[in-house]
Design a protein around this ligand. Structure first.
Ligand SMILES: Cc1cc2nc3c(=O)[nH]c(=O)nc-3n(C[C@H](O)[C@H](O)[C@H](O)COP(=O)(O)OP(=O)(O)OC[C@H]3O[C@@H](n4cnc5c(N)ncnc54)[C@H](O)[C@@H]3O)c2cc1C
Ligand code: FES
Length: 270
């Protein structure tokens, strides 16, 4: 769906002090969307990319989970149930379901695109270990809804906080290192800040484990026309945003540089 449709927000959930989830009724996207895909969301001041964090074809509902970081996301956070937003999509390739012993690593709002993937993996009765990382316990995203699956033998959930307020005291990549010393996996999925992704990729490579990551670049059209989202030869909105190890190995810009809104290459610092 390339033409934006304007529709009311059905429900808003506050997840953390800086993150809210917005639910909309969009039957076509709810039926066609897969985990890892994203929407272009028109907030009446700008259009920004947001991953699908909830996909419910039965209720015809979709959700996006938005961290307040600047003017458009602040605008979204000021909205109420019934406020109007424009959406087009779903865009991008989405995650490929692969492997049987799976490690999912999410940093901060990166858990947004991983959440529907985790539900799909649980439904497919895969052996799944999820590591959620955040700065503090208050910023942990989707820990509560995932907690209920920990009664299953095939599901494990571990937490890392930078300040040690819950779970492992340190970075989620350090927890990942520790987890890999105790268990074996044949597939890793990751989403979060790019330097975290680069570390998770390096760890996966060192242990020869298949890896998929969701990458972010500045997006304008979202459909492969403008070139603003390029990483080396890859167009993130069209070839990605999910990339596998064989492609990540060829991306020299991954973890090093990105383009600003004017197209200038700048260094990645977070
Ligand atoms: C495929 C994809 C999926 C994303 N999914 C989510 C998600 O599920 N939840 C979430 O909170 N955030 C997500 N983001 C990031 C989100 O798009 C930005 O945080 C948002 O655009 C910031 O807009 P702003 O006006 O509030 O902030 P600004 O102050 O304009 O910018 C803050 C930061 O957001 C980046 N940003 C701004 N506009 C864009 C844009 N058009 N495209 C890409 N980055 C931009 C800037 O480069 C800067 O680093 C995703 C980004 C991409 C590319
Ligand atoms: S955002 Fe225009 S090509 Fe990707």
């Amino acid at each position: 769906m390339n033409k934006p449709i304007v529709l009311p927000i059905e429900k808003i959930e506050t997840n953390t002090p800086s993150i809210k989830t917005f639910f909309m009724k969009v039957p076509l996207i709810a039926q066609q969307g897969i985990p890892g895909q994203f929407l272009m969301v028109w907030t009446f001041n700008d259009e920004i990319p947001m991953s699908l964090s909830h996909i419910n074809p039965k209720k015809e509902l979709i959700g996006i989970t938005v961290k307040k970081v600047g003017s458009s996301t602040e605008m979204m956070h000021s909205m109420s149930e019934g406020s109007l937003v424009g959406v087009r999509g779903p865009y991008g390739n989405g995650f490929k379901i692969a492997g049987s012993r799976i490690l999912v690593v999410g940093g901060g709002v990166g858990m947004a695109c991983l959440f529907p993937l985790i539900l799909q993996l649980v439904e497919a009765q895969k052996y799944v270990t999820v590591l959620i990382g955040a700065l503090t316990k208050d910023e942990l995203l989707f820990q509560k809804p995932l907690q209920k699956y920990t009664t299953r033998e095939t599901f494990r959930l571990s937490i890392a906080t930078d300040d040690g307020s819950m779970g492992f005291h340190g970075l989620v990549t350090e927890l990942m290192d520790e987890t890999l010393q105790m268990e074996t996996f044949d597939q890793i999925y990751a989403c979060g800040p790019e330097l975290m992704l680069k570390t998770t990729f390096n760890i996966a490579e060192s242990q020869n484990i298949a890896f998929q990551a969701s990458l972010e670049r500045y997006m304008k059209c979202g459909i492969g026309l403008c070139g603003s989202c390029c990483i080396n030869e890859q167009i993130v909105c069209k070839d990605g945003p999910i990339f596998e190890s064989n492609v990540l190995r060829t991306m020299h810009e991954f973890g090093n540089s990105k383009r600003d809104p004017s197209g200038r290459l700048i260094s990645i610092t977070d």
